[in-house]
Design a protein around this ligand. Structure first.
Ligand SMILES: C[S@@+](CC[C@H](N)C(=O)[O-])C[C@H]1O[C@@H](n2cnc3c(N)ncnc32)[C@H](O)[C@@H]1O
Length: 267
Protein backbone atom coordinates (compact mmCIF):
# COMPACT_ATOMS: atom_id res chain seq x y z
CA UNK A 1 0.00 0.00 0.00
CA UNK A 2 2.06 2.90 -1.18
CA UNK A 3 0.96 6.10 -2.86
CA UNK A 4 1.37 5.78 -6.60
CA UNK A 5 2.40 9.38 -7.16
CA UNK A 6 1.20 10.99 -10.33
CA UNK A 7 1.22 8.32 -13.04
CA UNK A 8 0.19 8.60 -16.67
CA UNK A 9 -3.41 9.72 -16.95
CA UNK A 10 -4.74 6.49 -18.39
CA UNK A 11 -3.73 4.24 -15.49
CA UNK A 12 -5.22 6.71 -13.02
CA UNK A 13 -8.47 6.96 -14.98
CA UNK A 14 -8.83 3.18 -15.22
CA UNK A 15 -8.29 2.83 -11.46
CA UNK A 16 -10.97 5.47 -10.80
CA UNK A 17 -13.49 3.77 -13.06
CA UNK A 18 -12.85 0.37 -11.46
CA UNK A 19 -13.01 1.70 -7.91
CA UNK A 20 -16.08 3.92 -8.37
CA UNK A 21 -18.03 1.27 -10.29
CA UNK A 22 -17.72 -0.93 -7.16
CA UNK A 23 -18.92 1.75 -4.77
CA UNK A 24 -21.35 3.88 -6.80
CA UNK A 25 -24.43 2.91 -4.79
CA UNK A 26 -22.69 3.71 -1.48
CA UNK A 27 -21.75 7.19 -2.71
CA UNK A 28 -25.40 8.00 -3.50
CA UNK A 29 -26.33 7.59 0.17
CA UNK A 30 -22.94 8.50 1.69
CA UNK A 31 -23.53 10.79 4.72
CA UNK A 32 -20.21 12.53 3.99
CA UNK A 33 -20.92 13.30 0.34
CA UNK A 34 -24.57 14.25 0.87
CA UNK A 35 -23.92 16.29 4.04
CA UNK A 36 -26.13 19.41 3.68
CA UNK A 37 -23.76 21.63 5.70
CA UNK A 38 -20.76 20.77 3.52
CA UNK A 39 -22.85 21.19 0.35
CA UNK A 40 -24.20 24.57 1.48
CA UNK A 41 -20.67 25.77 2.21
CA UNK A 42 -19.50 24.65 -1.22
CA UNK A 43 -22.46 26.27 -3.00
CA UNK A 44 -21.86 29.55 -1.12
CA UNK A 45 -18.20 29.43 -2.16
CA UNK A 46 -19.20 29.22 -5.83
CA UNK A 47 -21.29 32.44 -5.71
CA UNK A 48 -23.96 31.07 -8.03
CA UNK A 49 -26.50 33.32 -9.80
CA UNK A 50 -29.89 32.41 -11.36
CA UNK A 51 -28.67 32.95 -14.95
CA UNK A 52 -25.58 30.74 -14.57
CA UNK A 53 -24.72 27.66 -16.59
CA UNK A 54 -22.60 25.42 -14.38
CA UNK A 55 -20.31 22.44 -14.92
CA UNK A 56 -19.70 20.02 -12.04
CA UNK A 57 -16.56 18.04 -12.92
CA UNK A 58 -16.27 14.51 -11.46
CA UNK A 59 -19.83 14.83 -10.22
CA UNK A 60 -19.97 11.28 -8.83
CA UNK A 61 -23.50 10.60 -7.57
CA UNK A 62 -24.30 14.24 -8.41
CA UNK A 63 -24.53 15.70 -4.90
CA UNK A 64 -22.98 19.07 -5.72
CA UNK A 65 -24.58 19.29 -9.19
CA UNK A 66 -28.02 18.72 -7.66
CA UNK A 67 -27.37 21.21 -4.86
CA UNK A 68 -26.29 23.80 -7.46
CA UNK A 69 -29.32 23.19 -9.68
CA UNK A 70 -31.67 25.00 -7.27
CA UNK A 71 -29.68 28.23 -7.71
CA UNK A 72 -28.92 28.40 -11.45
CA UNK A 73 -30.33 28.05 -14.97
CA UNK A 74 -28.65 24.79 -15.96
CA UNK A 75 -26.10 22.32 -14.61
CA UNK A 76 -24.04 19.70 -16.42
CA UNK A 77 -22.49 16.99 -14.26
CA UNK A 78 -19.57 15.12 -15.83
CA UNK A 79 -17.90 11.95 -14.61
CA UNK A 80 -15.62 9.25 -15.96
CA UNK A 81 -17.56 6.40 -14.29
CA UNK A 82 -20.88 5.45 -15.91
CA UNK A 83 -22.11 3.67 -12.75
CA UNK A 84 -21.73 6.93 -10.78
CA UNK A 85 -23.68 8.81 -13.45
CA UNK A 86 -26.50 6.24 -13.17
CA UNK A 87 -26.72 7.05 -9.45
CA UNK A 88 -26.73 10.79 -10.18
CA UNK A 89 -29.57 10.41 -12.73
CA UNK A 90 -31.49 8.33 -10.20
CA UNK A 91 -31.14 11.05 -7.52
CA UNK A 92 -32.18 13.78 -9.99
CA UNK A 93 -35.30 11.78 -10.95
CA UNK A 94 -36.19 11.10 -7.29
CA UNK A 95 -35.90 14.81 -6.50
CA UNK A 96 -37.63 15.86 -9.75
CA UNK A 97 -34.73 18.15 -10.66
CA UNK A 98 -34.97 18.88 -14.39
CA UNK A 99 -32.33 21.55 -15.12
CA UNK A 100 -29.45 19.10 -14.80
CA UNK A 101 -27.93 16.60 -17.21
CA UNK A 102 -25.18 14.08 -16.65
CA UNK A 103 -22.54 13.22 -19.24
CA UNK A 104 -19.65 10.79 -19.36
CA UNK A 105 -16.22 12.35 -19.85
CA UNK A 106 -12.73 12.94 -18.53
CA UNK A 107 -11.79 16.04 -16.50
CA UNK A 108 -8.52 16.12 -18.42
CA UNK A 109 -10.22 16.52 -21.84
CA UNK A 110 -13.63 18.12 -21.34
CA UNK A 111 -16.09 17.58 -24.22
CA UNK A 112 -17.27 21.23 -24.22
CA UNK A 113 -16.56 24.37 -26.23
CA UNK A 114 -14.30 27.08 -24.82
CA UNK A 115 -15.98 29.66 -22.58
CA UNK A 116 -19.26 27.76 -22.29
CA UNK A 117 -19.77 27.89 -18.48
CA UNK A 118 -20.18 30.63 -15.85
CA UNK A 119 -18.98 28.35 -13.08
CA UNK A 120 -16.96 25.15 -12.92
CA UNK A 121 -17.18 23.13 -9.69
CA UNK A 122 -15.10 20.20 -8.51
CA UNK A 123 -15.60 18.58 -5.12
CA UNK A 124 -13.72 15.71 -3.47
CA UNK A 125 -12.23 14.54 -6.75
CA UNK A 126 -8.97 16.23 -7.88
CA UNK A 127 -6.98 13.85 -5.64
CA UNK A 128 -8.14 11.06 -8.00
CA UNK A 129 -7.06 12.74 -11.23
CA UNK A 130 -4.14 11.03 -12.99
CA UNK A 131 -2.98 14.44 -14.24
CA UNK A 132 -4.18 17.49 -12.32
CA UNK A 133 -2.62 20.25 -14.44
CA UNK A 134 -4.47 19.34 -17.68
CA UNK A 135 -7.71 19.16 -15.64
CA UNK A 136 -7.14 22.67 -14.26
CA UNK A 137 -6.31 23.97 -17.74
CA UNK A 138 -9.54 22.44 -19.03
CA UNK A 139 -11.57 24.12 -16.27
CA UNK A 140 -9.98 27.42 -17.29
CA UNK A 141 -10.68 26.82 -21.01
CA UNK A 142 -14.40 26.11 -20.59
CA UNK A 143 -14.99 29.05 -18.21
CA UNK A 144 -16.08 32.35 -19.68
CA UNK A 145 -13.75 35.27 -18.79
CA UNK A 146 -14.89 36.50 -15.38
CA UNK A 147 -16.22 33.03 -14.52
CA UNK A 148 -15.18 31.21 -11.35
CA UNK A 149 -13.82 27.79 -10.48
CA UNK A 150 -14.83 26.40 -7.07
CA UNK A 151 -12.72 23.59 -5.63
CA UNK A 152 -13.14 21.48 -2.52
CA UNK A 153 -10.69 18.65 -1.95
CA UNK A 154 -8.86 16.82 0.82
CA UNK A 155 -5.82 18.82 1.88
CA UNK A 156 -3.94 17.56 4.95
CA UNK A 157 -1.11 19.69 6.31
CA UNK A 158 2.31 18.75 4.83
CA UNK A 159 3.47 17.10 8.09
CA UNK A 160 0.83 14.32 7.77
CA UNK A 161 0.19 14.25 4.02
CA UNK A 162 2.65 11.48 3.05
CA UNK A 163 1.87 9.38 6.11
CA UNK A 164 -1.88 9.64 5.49
CA UNK A 165 -1.44 8.89 1.77
CA UNK A 166 -0.75 5.25 2.71
CA UNK A 167 -4.19 5.08 4.39
CA UNK A 168 -5.82 6.89 1.45
CA UNK A 169 -4.39 4.47 -1.14
CA UNK A 170 -5.10 1.42 1.04
CA UNK A 171 -8.70 2.54 1.40
CA UNK A 172 -9.12 3.54 -2.26
CA UNK A 173 -6.44 2.58 -4.81
CA UNK A 174 -7.61 5.37 -7.14
CA UNK A 175 -6.30 8.03 -4.74
CA UNK A 176 -3.37 9.81 -6.42
CA UNK A 177 -2.35 12.80 -4.30
CA UNK A 178 -3.77 15.42 -1.94
CA UNK A 179 -2.45 18.96 -2.37
CA UNK A 180 -1.60 21.44 0.37
CA UNK A 181 -3.30 24.82 0.14
CA UNK A 182 -0.11 26.50 -1.08
CA UNK A 183 0.30 23.90 -3.86
CA UNK A 184 -3.27 24.61 -4.97
CA UNK A 185 -2.63 28.32 -5.05
CA UNK A 186 0.57 27.94 -7.12
CA UNK A 187 -1.00 25.49 -9.59
CA UNK A 188 -4.05 27.68 -10.21
CA UNK A 189 -2.01 30.84 -10.62
CA UNK A 190 0.30 29.08 -13.10
CA UNK A 191 -2.75 28.28 -15.26
CA UNK A 192 -3.82 31.95 -15.20
CA UNK A 193 -6.48 31.95 -12.48
CA UNK A 194 -6.72 34.65 -9.85
CA UNK A 195 -7.18 32.96 -6.47
CA UNK A 196 -9.89 34.88 -4.60
CA UNK A 197 -10.46 32.59 -1.64
CA UNK A 198 -8.33 29.80 -0.17
CA UNK A 199 -8.94 28.24 3.22
CA UNK A 200 -8.33 24.89 4.86
CA UNK A 201 -11.18 23.63 6.98
CA UNK A 202 -10.84 21.01 9.65
CA UNK A 203 -13.35 18.44 10.77
CA UNK A 204 -13.47 15.21 12.73
CA UNK A 205 -13.84 12.21 10.44
CA UNK A 206 -15.50 8.89 11.23
CA UNK A 207 -12.80 6.63 9.80
CA UNK A 208 -14.74 3.35 9.92
CA UNK A 209 -17.61 4.98 7.98
CA UNK A 210 -15.03 6.30 5.50
CA UNK A 211 -13.69 2.73 5.05
CA UNK A 212 -17.24 1.35 4.70
CA UNK A 213 -18.14 3.75 1.86
CA UNK A 214 -15.10 2.49 -0.07
CA UNK A 215 -16.02 -1.16 0.73
CA UNK A 216 -12.65 -1.84 2.31
CA UNK A 217 -12.11 -5.57 3.05
CA UNK A 218 -11.83 -6.78 6.64
CA UNK A 219 -8.14 -7.65 6.12
CA UNK A 220 -7.29 -4.19 4.77
CA UNK A 221 -9.29 -2.53 7.52
CA UNK A 222 -7.24 -4.39 10.14
CA UNK A 223 -4.00 -3.55 8.35
CA UNK A 224 -4.90 0.16 8.21
CA UNK A 225 -5.94 0.28 11.86
CA UNK A 226 -2.59 -1.34 12.77
CA UNK A 227 -0.85 1.31 10.68
CA UNK A 228 -2.62 4.01 12.73
CA UNK A 229 -1.35 2.33 15.91
CA UNK A 230 2.23 2.89 14.71
CA UNK A 231 1.76 6.54 13.74
CA UNK A 232 4.72 8.74 14.75
CA UNK A 233 4.12 11.33 17.44
CA UNK A 234 4.22 14.26 14.99
CA UNK A 235 1.41 12.64 12.98
CA UNK A 236 -0.66 11.74 16.06
CA UNK A 237 -0.33 15.34 17.24
CA UNK A 238 -2.03 16.48 14.04
CA UNK A 239 -4.60 13.70 13.62
CA UNK A 240 -5.64 13.49 17.32
CA UNK A 241 -6.92 9.92 16.78
CA UNK A 242 -9.42 8.50 19.27
CA UNK A 243 -11.84 5.61 19.72
CA UNK A 244 -15.33 6.42 21.07
CA UNK A 245 -18.08 3.83 21.53
CA UNK A 246 -16.50 1.44 19.04
CA UNK A 247 -15.90 4.10 16.38
CA UNK A 248 -12.54 5.55 15.36
CA UNK A 249 -12.16 9.27 14.64
CA UNK A 250 -9.43 11.68 13.69
CA UNK A 251 -9.00 15.18 12.29
CA UNK A 252 -9.22 15.60 8.51
CA UNK A 253 -8.79 18.64 6.30
CA UNK A 254 -10.32 20.08 3.13
CA UNK A 255 -9.21 22.96 0.96
CA UNK A 256 -11.95 25.35 -0.16
CA UNK A 257 -10.83 27.51 -3.05
CA UNK A 258 -12.46 29.95 -5.45
CA UNK A 259 -10.34 31.03 -8.41
CA UNK A 260 -11.45 33.37 -11.19
CA UNK A 261 -10.60 33.45 -14.87
CA UNK A 262 -9.66 37.11 -15.36
CA UNK A 263 -12.00 39.25 -17.46
CA UNK A 264 -9.29 40.37 -19.85
CA UNK A 265 -7.94 36.86 -20.51
CA UNK A 266 -7.78 35.54 -24.08
CA UNK A 267 -9.09 32.07 -25.08
C1 LIG B 1 -15.16 10.85 -4.35
S1 LIG B 1 -16.08 10.96 -5.81
C2 LIG B 1 -16.66 12.61 -5.64
C3 LIG B 1 -17.99 12.83 -6.24
C4 LIG B 1 -18.65 14.18 -6.08
N1 LIG B 1 -17.89 15.26 -6.67
C5 LIG B 1 -19.10 14.50 -4.69
O1 LIG B 1 -18.68 15.52 -4.14
O2 LIG B 1 -19.90 13.73 -4.11
C6 LIG B 1 -14.84 11.14 -7.08
C7 LIG B 1 -15.38 11.05 -8.49
O3 LIG B 1 -14.34 11.43 -9.39
C8 LIG B 1 -14.54 10.71 -10.60
N2 LIG B 1 -13.31 10.82 -11.40
C9 LIG B 1 -12.07 10.37 -11.09
N3 LIG B 1 -11.21 10.71 -12.07
C10 LIG B 1 -11.90 11.40 -13.01
C11 LIG B 1 -11.55 12.02 -14.23
N4 LIG B 1 -10.29 12.01 -14.70
N5 LIG B 1 -12.52 12.65 -14.95
C12 LIG B 1 -13.80 12.68 -14.49
N6 LIG B 1 -14.19 12.10 -13.34
C13 LIG B 1 -13.25 11.47 -12.59
C14 LIG B 1 -14.87 9.31 -10.11
O4 LIG B 1 -15.49 8.53 -11.11
C15 LIG B 1 -15.80 9.64 -8.93
O5 LIG B 1 -17.14 9.65 -9.33
Amino acid sequence: MSPRGEPGGLAGDQDSRTQFSRVAEAYRSSPTHSDPVSLARFIALAELRPNHVVLDVATGAGHSALAAAAHVRRVVGLDITPAMLDQARRLAAEREIRNVEFVEGNAEALPFAAQSFDRVLVRSAPHHFGQLIPALAEAYRVLRPGGAFAVSDCSPPPVVRDWLAVVEVGRDPSHVRSRALEEWRALLQAIGFTVEHAERIEQEKDILEWFEIARVSEATRRQLLDYYEGAPQAVRGQLLPQWREGRFYHRYWHALIRARRPLDAGV
